[in-house]
Design a protein around this ligand. Sequence first.
Ligand code: GDP
Ligand code: MG
Length: 246
Amino acid sequence: MYYVFFTGTAGSGKTTMVKEFQGYLLDQDMDVAVINMDPAVEGLPYYPDLDVREYVDATEVMRRYGLGPNSSLIASIDLLLTKASEIKGDLDSVEANYVLVDTPGQVELFAYRETGRYFSSLLVGGNKSVNVFLMDSSLAKEARSYVSLLLLSSSVRFKLGMPQVNVLSKVDLLSRDELDALMRWGEGEEIVDHLGVIDEYSFELVKALLENMEVPPVPVSSNSGEGFDELYAEIQRVVAGGEDFA
Ligand code: GDP
Ligand code: MG
């Protein structure tokens, strides 16, 4: 059993990709289950096999503790941990080759908070896992945002300690020229020329970041299905490569 997490900033396309990637795997007769890890989501385009909303209700948490939407999400994930054994029990009935995990928009949960990591390792158990980090194309086409998204991706990679595949999501929104440029940036080329005036610190940081990029972000569109073959191949490479969730 392989766990595939989908993380990224709010609106980067995680939920849509989970739905479409599930369809893609099902079309190839693969056994797929889906977990919704977002306690605050209102409607889902798929039927989750496990849904954290059955254990905590973020709206109820918000009301009861007088919290705003962001803090109620964080509190909800904390509360989920107190129901760990119940969730673990229910998880035992989820049987599939691939388990896709849709995550909340608050990416800070995975970049800065211990709970994101705890809860993920609870789900994964002794299985192999990979984190698909979505870089929204409509943000990434601006050079500084591209670099910032790479830094955020590195933060999540570092904090979560899970093998990771970066994806450039919604590439159908890019023109051919924009996509070509982003592909070259992914290879570490040209991007410095598009950053405008940057100080020495930033220059060295960008250089180190690009040199240490494991694989360039995979261009994907959940709308057209473009890039799903490549994404699947990357996921396979990672899980078959044998790196474990540290
Ligand atoms: P999440 O917040 O990361 O779960 O993002 P959603 O999956 O809810 O998507 C946010 C918005 O982006 C929605 O309006 C989607 O219809 C749209 N979206 C998601 N994937 C794609 C894509 O591949 N192409 C385009 N054009 N729009 C997309
Ligand atoms: Mg979502």
